[in-house]
Design a binder for this molecule. Structure first.
Ligand SMILES: Cc1cc2nc3c(=O)[nH]c(=O)nc-3n(C[C@H](O)[C@H](O)[C@H](O)COP(=O)(O)OP(=O)(O)OC[C@H]3O[C@@H](n4cnc5c(N)ncnc54)[C@H](O)[C@@H]3O)c2cc1C
Length: 323
């Protein structure tokens, strides 16, 4: 039997967890698939899982699970796996899924393969490494197999004629230590204008922008192009922009029609977030910068001159030609 940790919100399972169920179905001998749902709303979200092949849904109930607590979730996973004799445990490769599975792996002293695109019963997995720049084939040892599914690598599919799963509620044996780390507050990201994920044009700045104030010229150009402003990790680490603006392996993955990279060298971890763009324009003072290997167009020079020049030209066009 394969156990899947199914994340859910407002009584509905998350799309990435439905994808994890599809990956897990390929692993389950005779198709036996069970799910674990933690916290309030779990029983409601479980109902539709029958159509994704789940025969039994285990629902962990405890008021203290209302707030996400990674060690407490891991306790629920381990208890369920031990009770059911699961041969493999699969989570979605989300921040939470990977964090909980890391706790499970540490507690069970087992290896864990994150972000898998394929998995077989003998423990052979294919997983995404280095921000998507390579696929690794590995063999997991030990039992149960612990893995997470790479987001959007497997399509969520339904099973014909499946009944709603049997719901088995249980109260996990949580300790105070399981609740030392938990979410205490949620702050919605401040959204100014169009979001990074939706924008048709993204203008990103890197270390070459020089300071938080240096982003003013990027903001001005973005206003004219109805673009979103992104940045590299150096920028968020320096505190010039919030983490929500970061593009890359550990930031947002964008796929606009045009990505304008200003003063960004093009590290693989940054490219992991923008390689879905239809066209990339690099503005960089270094003609040897690695970003040029990924760029469709490049302007070599100082961004503090080039970006305002583009803005001025667009404004001139907008006014209707030379005056
Ligand atoms: C596990 C891990 C995860 C990571 N995740 C991410 C991630 O999600 N996103 C990310 O971005 N990085 C990530 N990084 C960091 C990444 O490796 C790079 O360090 C980072 O992307 C570099 O940022 P940068 O291009 O802004 O800076 P730099 O590499 O310092 O490049 C600055 C560029 O600006 C150019 N420049 C300087 N002045 C000017 C000027 N006046 N005009 C024009 N060009 C100029 C320079 O020629 C240079 O090419 C990660 C690293 C690790 C280890």
């Amino acid at each position: 039997m394969v156990l899947v940790l199914a994340e859910h919100q407002d009584g509905h399972p998350d799309e990435l967890s439905l994808q994890a169920l599809a990956l897990a179905r390929g692993l389950a001998e005779e198709g036996r698939l069970e799910a674990l749902l933690v916290g309030p709303g779990g029983a409601d979200a479980a109902i539709v899982l029958g159509s994704h092949g789940v025969t039994t849904a285990h629902v962990a109930e405890d008021d203290r699970l209302a707030a996400y607590a990674p060690a407490a979730w891991a306790r629920c996973v381990i208890e369920t796996a031990e009770r059911t004799g699961a041969k493999a445990i699969v989570a979605a490769g989300t921040n939470r899924g990977n964090e909980v599975m890391a706790h499970v792996a540490a507690s069970m002293d087992l290896p864990f393969a994150a972000n898998c695109t394929k998995a077989a019963e003998d423990g052979t997995v294919t997983r995404i490494r280095w921000g998507g720049s390579l696929l690794e084939e590995a063999r997991l040892k030990g039992s149960p197999l612990l893995l997470s599914s790479a987001p959007h690598a497997v399509q969520a599919t339904t099973v014909n004629g499946a009944d709603a799963p049997a719901i088995e509620a249980f109260e996990p044996g949580l300790t105070e230590a399981d609740l030392v780390v938990q979410v205490t507050e949620r702050v919605e990201a401040e959204t100014k204008g169009i979001s990074l994920a939706e924008a048709k044009v993204v203008i990103s700045g890197g270390r070459g922008v020089g300071s938080a104030d240096g982003f003013g010229i990027l903001e001005e150009l973005a206003g004219l192009l109805n673009a979103a402003v992104g940045c590299s990790r150096v920028v968020t680490m320096a505190g010039w922009r919030p983490h929500t603006d970061q593009v890359g392996q550990t930031g947002t993955k964008v796929s606009p029609d045009l990505y304008i990279a200003c003063g960004i060298s093009g590290a693989t971890q940054h490219i992991a977030g923008c390689k879905g763009a239809k066209k990339i324009l690099a503005i960089n003072s270094d003609a040897e910068a690695p970003i040029l290997n990924n760029a469709d167009y490049a302007v070599i020079g100082d961004l503090t001159e080039i970006v305002p020049a583009i803005t001025a030209e667009l404004k001139r066009e907008h006014r209707g030609g030379p005056t």
